[in-house]
Design a protein around this ligand. Structure first.
Ligand code: HEM
Length: 142
């Protein structure tokens, strides 16, 4: 679980990157498609709007970092939707790394190894909730 000082750090940092959502979203998609061209086919042409959705969903996570279990159902359902869209568990690492790198790009001086590790923990927690939801959707469909 996340410690109070870690939560504070992540929230403070999210306030730095959130105003750069458009740029981050563009950088994120560019990286995503470069890092994993196989995932490009999953995205529609106007995927920039989805980058915004992703950042908005991170806002929900940041707000609830002290009680992630209370939003698990939201992310489980999102993971189930992703599963139905053809997204596999192995895609989550590619997305996590592209997102962390795009956050770093818009952060300037405030980025350091500690905040990078914090965000990796956050995104791993989100991916776990989504992949659990995807797993349940897979079992129900089977
Ligand atoms: C950190 C994990 C992720 C988060 C928080 C996230 C968030 C979101 C959100 C909020 C949406 C909008 C629709 C919805 O709520 O279902 C969305 C759509 C989408 N996501 Fe994710 N996502 C994540 C991981 C992934 C991964 C691993 C992929 C695959 C490479 C992916 C590809 C897509 C695609 C293709 C759409 C639909 C785009 C469209 O139809 O317009 N996402 N994502």
């Amino acid at each position: 679980m996340f410690q109070p000082d870690q939560i504070e750090r992540i929230r403070t940092h999210f306030k730095v990157v959130a105003p750069h959502a458009d740029e981050m979203s563009r950088l994120f998609l560019t990286r995503l498609f470069t890092a994993g061209p196989a995932v490009r086919a999953l995205f529609p042409r106007d995927a920039a709007a989805r980058g915004q959705d992703l950042i908005a969903s991170l806002g929900i996570v940041v707000k609830n970092l002290g009680r992630l279990d209370s939003i698990e159902h939201l992310f489980a359902e999102m993971g189930a939707r992703h599963h139905r869209a053809g997204i596999e568990p192995q895609h989550y690492g590619i997305v996590r790394d592209a997102l962390v790198a795009s956050m770093r790009d818009v952060s300037g001086q405030v980025w350091d190894a500690r905040i990078e590790a914090d965000w990796l923990s956050v995104l791993n927690a989100v991916a776990s909730m989504m992949i659990r939801g995807a797993g349940r959707a897979r079992m129900v469909a089977a």
